[in-house]
Design a binder for this molecule. Sequence first.
Ligand SMILES: NC(=O)C1=CN([C@@H]2O[C@H](COP(=O)(O)OP(=O)(O)OC[C@H]3O[C@@H](n4cnc5c(N)ncnc54)[C@H](OP(=O)(O)O)[C@@H]3O)[C@@H](O)[C@H]2O)C=CC1
Ligand SMILES: O=C(CO)[C@H](O)[C@H](O)COP(=O)(O)O
Length: 476
Amino acid sequence: MHDIGIYGLGVMGENLALRAHDVGLSVAVFNRTKDKAFALAARVGSPRFQAFADPASLVASLRRPRLLLLMVTAGPATDAAFEAVLPFLEEGDVLVDGGNAHYEDTLRREARAREARVAYIGMGISGGELGARTGPALMPGGDAEAYARIAPRLEALAARLPDGRPAVALVGKGAAGHYVKMVHNGIEYVFLQLLAEAYDALRNVYGYTSVELADAFARANQGPWESYLIGLVREILTVPDPETSQPLVEQILDVAEGKGTGLWTAEEALRLGTGGSTFGAAVHARNLSRERDLRLACAEACGEPWRRPEAVLAYETWRDALHAAVLVAYAEGFALLRRAPETYDFAVDLANVARVWQSGAIVRIRLLADLERHLRQTPEIPHPLLFPEIWQLVREREGALRNFAAWAVRTGLPAPAHLAALADLDGLRRRRLPANLIQAARDAFGAHTYRRIDREGNFHTSWPDPEGREIPRPQG
Ligand SMILES: NC(=O)C1=CN([C@@H]2O[C@H](COP(=O)(O)OP(=O)(O)OC[C@H]3O[C@@H](n4cnc5c(N)ncnc54)[C@H](OP(=O)(O)O)[C@@H]3O)[C@@H](O)[C@H]2O)C=CC1
Ligand SMILES: O=C(CO)[C@H](O)[C@H](O)COP(=O)(O)O
């Protein structure tokens, strides 16, 4: 009998299956295109790795309590796979969806699985192709007892933190796992956008060579900001195009694609009313990149926005601005996760999230270790920036972020994620925002009423009309 079944052998499924085999698990695989499964099993050539031709025999090959992982394209493909295996699963079995499902789909599938007395765990997986092969970060959400039945197998599969703990822990009930993965990807979007803006500044304004660029990112990849993504950018900058010998990144079309998870995060931040305009900024920036024909037409007709600055900023200003903005993005992600239970029926275990993201995850970054410690010590703190040590890291770099943002604006360098991070940081600390004016205007044109600072109640005023109109009073 096999320890784990994997349904779906694309980039992630195949590598997770190989990882499971590497760590000593016995693996059963199935794929819609069956040849792929049999070819993979033949390549592995091990009695602990077997391919099956149909979902029924895949399920039947698993030891109880069964652990079956769906690893297919999110959306209708996941529904198809879910429906294909559900009839064969039994009470006590655990069906795990490791794709990037929308959390509402997960809630729907969880309810349907419950009717069939099957436990359903929505599990975010992070690490990409290499992470899947060498140790991913796993973010399971769902019933604690069901999770306990499969935890040892997931712990074997997951990456390890430097302190030896596995990069897997239950992050909450219900759809918490997929909610957490959504926010993970939102942070990933912002981090990538910040890195793109930082690269744009150094390459196109500072005039750095590719060697200087790689060195700048290598030096920024230190201390609390030592991270997979800064390191990845450094590596990307060193890769030449075999055809032109120029840096390969310069030969890549400037059109950023995406599969939707960043947009979902931005939508959630808007819906739940948490700060978090960095998410929207990152999504808008990708959208704008896709308007390439329009951009080219506007550049031609209206001219590019460059205004050469008198001087470029010090390297340290560029670096500290990037670091501050990255930290704001993480803070906004955790603030959003904290708000989820107020709206949905699942609380997210923030300390477990900070733990799981420390290793294997695309968003792994050294500062998560400190954040985890703070979240365990004082879990009631409502926003990461309220942890004094975290705030200190931002405070020391706030001036740099402000200088970089002002410089980018003067230069005509679009830096929406840096600007959004700064605006959020400023807005978050204002005792009094100008929202009073918005309330006055809403009351003036729509009689929406307003509240006062000096007493309770809703108030309405007959404001003067800028066009001198008055509501006609009945005659007589
Ligand atoms: N790539 C990444 O970096 C990461 C991806 N994810 C998520 O993991 C999941 C898998 O991603 P990935 O491996 O990259 O995707 P791939 O496109 O490489 O593979 C997709 C898999 O889904 C199967 N599939 C597609 N449609 C159906 C269907 N209608 N019925 C049954 N099976 C179907 C495919 O089968 P077939 O071979 O027959 O086409 C294939 O096995 C997605 O939800 C993705 O968002 C999560 C983390 C990272
Ligand atoms: O989940 C992932 C990484 O964590 C996937 O790579 C995902 O596809 C990234 O999102 P997008 O394709 O929208 O950039």
